[in-house]
Each structure stands twice: as structure tokens, then as C-alpha cells.
Design a binder for this molecule. Structure first.
Ligand SMILES: O=P(O)(O)OC[C@H]1O[C@H](O[C@H]2O[C@H](CO)[C@@H](O)[C@H](O)[C@H]2O)[C@H](O)[C@@H](O)[C@@H]1O
Length: 275
């Protein structure tokens, strides 16, 4: 069997700004908008519980969801991100896409992650026990993932956090490692990620059609799966930058630019509807 070619990667700094490109991005089509949460809709902060959505971003999302389909695709627990966003006309894919809900009582787990629950339970307990003495280390249990946070750990203890996490991971082949901004994640060792969740939603919502262009906006390494999945079918927009090359094709500088972009997109679509 021939190897599939990988996604085309770009230098984030050289990407064109999505803000100046809305008509080009849409090319006369209607968008379906997929958004990451942390670092995209809210700034990265020290305490994950303090990453609160601003009222103005909430209003912006609500307005956009009135003119096109909008989904939040997050590494957070689905219930957590839904509670932070507080809008009922959006779709939510939590635990990196393993746990999906939406309007009309949609609630589903298409990645088949249930089998990983015992390993996740055992690992979370072990990690809490083994990392409890390290100041600033935090174990965040999501339904289908665990994030080990080291943002608030002193430099001299970060290696210990990484080593403990690697040891626990090794004991559970049902789980695999994921990386993010100052976190190491333990995720079900399955062929499922944010990109697959986006494709699943497009199919399920009847959005796989020529008149629709899927847009995915995110800032982190885990968003690369979605950017790659959309190459040739839609458009990835990277917010800021991470440490690697990106499969996104456009960029936005900051959370503020994400909001400006979403507002302009809503305005553009509302004008189209008035015609
Ligand atoms: O996919 P996302 O919606 O971007 O979620 C990714 C992770 O976001 C959260 O952690 C990150 O944001 C925190 C708050 O700003 C920050 O303290 C942390 O260092 C970041 O890694 C969340 O806590 C994780 O569960 C998500 O996986």
C-alpha cells in the first residue's frame, strides 16, 4: 500500500491574515465555523478555571450562530467548555472530539473512547498520587483525557512532572501522549482527534456540500489535526503561533483578532442574506 502524502506545512509567520481575506476565504460559499476554546476564544491564563469567555465574545458567537453552523472543538471536557460558553445554539466537541453534543439533543461519542475509561480512571488516580507533592502541578481529568499541567511548576521540577507522566503512560497502552501549551495529555490510543470530529460533524449536519466552506480556527498543536483534515476541503486559520510549522493556510494574531474576524464574517453573511 502506498503511503498517503502528509499535509502541506507552512511557516506561521508567512501566512496571510484572515482578517483581510474574508471574500477570498468564502469564495461565494457559506461557512461552517469550528473554533478551539483556549488561546482562541480566551487568552491563555495560569489557572484553567479562570479562562472565562468575555460577554462580547459570547455575543459575537451567538450572532454568528444565527447565520451559520458553529461548533467549539476543545481539549477541555465537553461539559466544562459548554458551561464556559453558555450558548445553546452551538455544537460542542470536548475531550479533543471524543464527546460531542449539540442542539436537538445531540449527544454522541463517535470516537469509541469508552473502552479507555478504566485506564483513564487508574492513570488519573496514579498521577494525582505521584504529583501531589510538586507545587503547581495539576491533574485535570476530562471525560476522555487527562491534562497534566506544568505552567505553574518551577523550572527545577518540570522534568520530574514529565518523567512521572511518561511512567504512568507506559503502564497503560490503551492511552497515548498528546502535547499542548504547558501540558502533557493522556488520551485514548485510538485513531480519533479534532480533525475526525470536524469531519464527523460536517457529515452528520449535512454540511459536506459544494456550497459550504468549513473554517477551523485554533492556536495549538492539537488543532493541527483539524487544519490537516480540512486541506483541500476547507480552510485552517492559526491563531498566534506554536513551536512548529502549520497546516493552516491563514492566520490571526490574537484572541482580539479572532473576535474581529468573527464579527466581520457575521456582517458579511448578514449582507449576503439581505440580497
Ligand atoms: O483545545 P482547547 O480548547 O484549546 O483546550 C486545550 C487545553 O486548554 C486548557 O489548557 C490551556 O489553557 C489553560 C488556560 O488558559 C492554561 O492554563 C494551560 O496552560 C493551557 O494548556 C485546558 O485546561 C486543557 O484541558 C485543554 O486540553
Amino acid at each position: 500500500m502506498k503511503n498517503q502524502p502528509g499535509p502541506v506545512k507552512h511557516d506561521p509567520q508567512k501566512l496571510p491574515s484572515a482578517l483581510q481575506s474574508i471574500p477570498d476565504l468564502l469564495a461565494g460559499k457559506k461557512p461552517a465555523v469550528f473554533l478551539d476554546y483556549d488561546g482562541c476564544l480566551t487568552h491563555i491564563v495560569k489557572d484553567p478555571d479562570k479562562a472565562i469567555l468575555s460577554d462580547s465574545m459570547r455575543q459575537t458567537l451567538q450572532g454568528l450562530a444565527e447565520v451559520c453552523s458553529v461548533a467549539i472543538v476543545s481539549g477541555r471536557d465537553r461539559a466544562d467548555v459548554a458551561r464556559l460558553v453558555q450558548l445553546d445554539n452551538l455544537y460542542f466537541a470536548g475531550s479533543h472530539g471524543f464527546d460531542i453534543s449539540g442542539p436537538g439533543n445531540m449527544q454522541t461519542e463517535p470516537g469509541g473512547a469508552k473502552t479507555a475509561l478504566p485506564a483513564l480512571d487508574a492513570s488519573a488516580e496514579k498521577l494525582k498520587e505521584k504529583l501531589g507533592h510538586i507545587e503547581g502541578a495539576m491533574v485535570e481529568r476530562k471525560r476522555y483525557a487527562i491534562a497534566v499541567h506544568y505552567r505553574n511548576v518551577s523550572d527545577s521540577h518540570i522534568d520530574e512532572v514529565k518523567q512521572v507522566t511518561a511512567t504512568v503512560l507506559k503502564e497503560h497502552p490503551q492511552l497515548k501522549e498528546g502535547l499542548g501549551k504547558k501540558i502533557i495529555e493522556l488520551k485514548p490510543n485510538l485513531d480519533w482527534h479534532k480533525g475526525k470530529a470536524v469531519s464527523w460533524l460536517l457529515q452528520e449536519l449535512g454540511l459536506n456540500k459544494p456550497g459550504i466552506v468549513p473554517l477551523y480556527i485554533g492556536d495549538d498543536i492539537t488543532d493541527e489535526d483539524a487544519f490537516a483534515e480540512l486541506q483541500g476541503k476547507g480552510i485552517g486559520i492559526l491563531v498566534g503561533e506554536h513551536d512548529e510549522q502549520t497546516a493552516a493556510e491563514y492566520r490571526l494574531e490574537s484572541v482580539e483578532e479572532v473576535e474581529e474576524f468573527l464579527k466581520s464574517l457575521t456582517e458579511h453573511l448578514s449582507k449576503q442574506e439581505d440580497v
